[in-house]
Ligand binder design. Sequence first.
Ligand code: CU
Length: 127
Amino acid sequence: MTAARITVLALTGALLTGAASMHTHLEKAEPAVDGTVTAAPTQVRLWFSERPEVALSGATVLKADNSPVAVVKLAATDDTLSVGGAIPVALAPGKYVVAWKTGSRDGHVVRGRYTFTFDPAAQPTKP
Ligand SMILES: [Cu+2]
């Protein structure tokens, strides 16, 4: 690999990093990112690094094999950095994925996903 090619790759990486940092990102979630809950969660709540665009926000709960379980309508909450909504079905114990989307200030849609586990037999974890 030539020095010029390495420079181009480094610049591309810097540009991508810069673009990503201008967008909102997930700060915190309930159920928690990679967390384990012992009671069936009845809602999803997401906290972002900047005020989420409610109209562009939504979430889907999926099983670990990516089959959809429930669509969660996200609405504004008492915290302007957070959106939340009810999970409209009773979740069985298992491992789940929350696939979310929201809008950044510049209007671009940002998507992400995280997993959580519902295990009634798990030892309670300290926050
Ligand atoms: Cu953008």
